[in-house]
Every structure is written in C-alpha cells, then in structure tokens.
Design a protein around this ligand. Sequence first.
Ligand SMILES: N[C@@H](CCC(=O)N[C@@H](CS)C(=O)NCC(=O)O)C(=O)O
Length: 368
Amino acid sequence: MAGYMLYGVEASYYAAKIRAALAWKRLPFEEVQASRAIYANEILPRVGWPVLPVLVTPDNETVQDTSDMCDLIEARHPEPPLLPRDAAARVLSYLLEFLGDEWLKLPAMHYRWNYNYDFAVAEFGRNNDPQHARDEQLRVGAKIARQFHGWLPPLGVLPESYATVEQDYLAFLQLLDNHFAVHPYLLGSAPTLGDFAFFGPLYAHLYRDPASGAVMSARAPRVVAWIARLRAGAPDAQPLAEPLSIPVSLWRIVKQLCRDFVPMLVGEMAGVQRFLAQHPSACELPRHCGTQNVVLGRDTALEVTVPRALFTYDQWMLQRLQDAWAAVPAEQGHARRTVFANVGAAALLDIAVPLRVERRHFRLMRAA
Ligand SMILES: N[C@@H](CCC(=O)N[C@@H](CS)C(=O)NCC(=O)O)C(=O)O
C-alpha cells in the first residue's frame, strides 16, 4: 500500500497537528511542501479553496480539516489510539482539541504577527515560491502576511488586548510545564487528540518562530521536551491507565483556558443560532456572522472587553464535543458533569444548538 500524502508547510499550525498524529500512528506518509504550484494544481482542484493542510489517502481520497483527518485515521488505523477508551475522557479530548485548534489561536497569531513578522514573511515567501529570488519571496510573503495579520482583530486580538493575551498565554504555559513535570502527555502516559491539537500552535508558532521560541525555552523547558517527543512519534509512550484518572494538573490547565473561552462560546453560539434562524436559506455559511463583546483576562488586573467575530465553524467543533457527551453512559454522566462544572466547562455540555451545521464538500453548511 502506498502511504498518505500530506500537503502542508512546517509553519502551519494545523499541518503540525496532523503530522504529529500520523507519526504517532506510525503511518507512512510523504509531506509535500504547499507551494504556489501545489495550491494551483492539487489543493484548489481537490478542495475548491486555498487551505492547508490537505491529506490524500492511499486510495486518492481528499481530506480537509484536521478533525476529519484525525477521525479518518482513527477509524482506519485504530492502534495506537488517538482517543481514550473512557467515554467521558473522550469528551475532554474533544474539548482539548477545540481549545488547541481555536482558542490557542489568540496567542499563536499574536506572537507570530506581532513579534515574528520578518521571520514569518520570509518563511511564507519561501514556501510559496521556493525557486524565486529572495526579494520576490519577501514581496509575496508580505502579501500573504497582510491577509493573516488581518485575522487578528476578528479573533479579539487588538492593541488593547495584546498584554492580556500575553499574560494568559504565559500563565497557560506555566501550568502546562507544571503538568509535564509529572506526566509525559496530557492524559498521562500516552499522547491523545488533545496533545496533537495543542502541539499545532505550540510547535508551529510558539516554539518554531524564533522570538516565541525564546520565550518558551526560557520559561517552559518541559513543554519544549514534550514537543521533541511528539515530533519523534512519542517513542516513550505507554498505554493509558485503565480506568483512566484525569490528572489534576490537566484540570488546572482546562480551567485556565475555559475561564474566558466558555463565556465567549455561549455568546457566540447564541449569535450563530440567531443567524441560522434569520437566514433559513443560507446553505454555505460565512466564516463570521457578526460580532460580540468578549472578556479576556477575566478577574485579573489586565481584564479587558473587546469585540470578537462570531465564528460559525466553532459550532461544528461544539457539536463534535456534544455528540461525544451524548455517548457518555447515564450512570457516569452525573459525576462527570460535576468535574466539568468544577473547571468552568459544564456550560459547554448544555449550550443549545438546535439548528445544526455540517461540513459538506469541504465547506461549512446548514445541516440538511
Ligand atoms: N480547522 C482547519 C483549519 C485549517 C486552517 O485554518 N489552515 C490555515 C493554515 S494553518 C489556512 O490555510 N487558512 C486559510 C483559510 O482559512 O482561508 C483544520 O483543522 O484543518
């Protein structure tokens, strides 16, 4: 059997996530650098819009979105697993994935574009046109950078929130470093979906970009060591304990991240549901459908309220988590809800999203 083909670049957050998951599963794959020619000849014809990463299976099926990729490789190659066996720990895994994929974007994008701009421009230019002269690469890199830099304000990353985003990232990094002093991976002895989702921003942006990497190396050497282990396919991993007991130090991390994420998501889902109700014929959904004010750094000296876009994709990620919650056996549910409540995450289990969304042909649509 020929292996998988991954279209990605080293600087990409999500390519890092799926690359590490493929390595953990010991799946042979070839990574092809997503240059301008690859976008034109492979990605656009296969997906219909320019995005990374894209996975092509040995049977030439195209998979876009790392969550779908993870589901596919888990279904086809169950060992070693990406998800824990315990149903409630799976819900936690989807929450960690959601936080890694969507909430760690704030520090990842902030540090990249506000501290590593020149590095990122050179990198994007070289990736896009590897055979061009450096000046031309920098010109193209700056053009691509303008687009990504424009994504900071919709996330709520604005000059008035920069200090708060940094404060919260550094607090998170410290908690993660503390966790790795006791456990090699998030759930214990083996990496799971949450590790790969955290690895995306922590490796591709916050370690690999030089100014951010200096911060991480100085403050969180155990996070650096975890990155090295995941890049090597987690050779030290042992099967997760059964029954699985979730480390207290992981709950502390979840609590820190959920403090602002959960209230943001509650407001966001209300807005997305309103949009879906008001646009019954909108089939393909826009990336954002309005804005809301969100609080960052809640209850700290740097608490700030900023506008943030309502991201429709977040509903898809929430549905994934809630579907996993629906599979938790009733007799476990009560105890597990209490644990989620203790870290400020219980509201996620209850947010009502009766108007559902789904991904079809690589696009986010109203559910049929
Ligand atoms: N949720 C997607 C996100 C993919 C994504 O945002 N990729 C970035 C690069 S790392 C991109 O190409 N974005 C272009 C776009 O969204 O228009 C995943 O998990 O794969």
